[in-house]
Design a protein around this ligand. Sequence first.
Ligand SMILES: NC(=O)c1ccc[n+]([C@@H]2O[C@H](COP(=O)([O-])OP(=O)(O)OC[C@H]3O[C@@H](n4cnc5c(N)ncnc54)[C@H](OP(=O)(O)O)[C@@H]3O)[C@@H](O)[C@H]2O)c1
Length: 318
Amino acid sequence: MLFDRVQLLRLRITVKKLSLLIYAHNQRDLIKLLRRKFGWTDLDLPVIGMGTWKIESRGRDAQPTAIEALRLGLDLGMNHIDTAEMYGNGQAEQLVAEAVDGQREQVFLVSKVLPSNASYEGTLKACERSLKRLKIDFLDLYLLHWPSSQHGIEETMRAMEKLVDEGMIRFIGVSNFDVEQLREAQHALMKYRIACNQVLYHLAYRGIERDLLPYCAENGIAIVGYSPFGHGNFPSSHSRGGRVLAEIAKRHNRTMRQVALNFLTRDSNLFTIPKAGNPDHIRDNSGAVGIWKLTDEDIAAIDRIFPLPPTDKPLEMI
Ligand SMILES: NC(=O)c1ccc[n+]([C@@H]2O[C@H](COP(=O)([O-])OP(=O)(O)OC[C@H]3O[C@@H](n4cnc5c(N)ncnc54)[C@H](OP(=O)(O)O)[C@@H]3O)[C@@H](O)[C@H]2O)c1
C-alpha cells in the first residue's frame, strides 16, 4: 500500500489546511477594497460603490437576486449605494430599502431629485418621498439629477440647505454638471458646500479628465463616475480595445472589467458605481481595486487605445 491510514489522514489535513488558506487569501483579496476620502468631507468611502438603475427591470422573479447582489456587495465593503427617484419610478429605492434593512448605519445612501421636481417645495417633497420608499430617516447624500431647465439652481440649492438643516440629508451634491454649472450651484449655496458631482465616465468617454476632474479636485468635490461599463456597451474581447484589456487582465490574473474599474479610479478624487444585479458580477467588481494596481505601462496602453478626446467637448450624459 502506498499510504498507511495515518499518512492518509495527515494528507487530508494538509489538503484541508491548504484549501482554507486559499479561501482566506481569496476572501482577504475580496474584502480589501480600497477606500478614500470623499471630497472635502471627512468620510472614507469605498472607491467602488453600487449603482441601481434598472435593478428592478428584470421583473419580480429576479428581484430577490438583485437584493442578494446588493447585500453581497455590502458584505464585501461596497457600502456606497446610488439610487434615484427616477429609477423604476421609485421601485429601485424600494428594492434598496429591502437590501439595507437591518444595516442602515453601515451604508452611505445616495438618491437624486428629478430636475422637473427641483423647485423649492418640489425638492423637499421629493426627498420626503424617497426617504419613505427607502424606509430611512435621512440620506447621506442628495443630488440634483441633472441641471433643470424649469427651476433655477438657487431654488433647488435653497431646498437642499433646508434639508441639511432639518437632518433629512447629510451632504449636498449634483450630477451631470460642468464646471460653469458647478460654480453657479456652489454660488447659490449660502451655508454648505457641494460634496460631489456624479458624471458619465467610462473608457470610451473620458472627456471629464480635461477640465472637470482638475476643477473638482482643486475644490474638494468628489467625482463619482457613472456607467463605468458604458451602460451595457463594454468592449468585447474581440475588439482592438478589448484585446488590450484582456492582455492586461491576464498579466494581473484579473478580469477585463476589473482592469477597466481600476483604470477609472486611478485618480485620488475618483469613485465609481457600477450596477450589477448578478452576485457574480458584484464579486468581480469588488476585486477591481485594493491589493493590486495597474502599472504605468498598463495605463499608457489603455490610454493609447481609449484616448482622451482631442478637444474640449460639452459634458455628455445618459
Ligand atoms: N447620475 C446620472 O445621470 C446617472 C446616469 C446613469 C447611471 N447612473 C448610476 O450609475 C450606475 C451604473 O451605470 P449603469 O447602470 O448605466 O451601467 P454600467 O454600470 O456601466 O453597466 C451595467 C451593466 O454591466 C453589467 N455588469 C456589471 N458588472 C459586471 C461584471 N463584473 N461582469 C459583467 N457584466 C457586468 C450589469 O449586468 P448585471 O446587472 O446582469 O449584473 C449591467 O448590464 C447606475 O446604475 C446608476 O446608479 C447615474
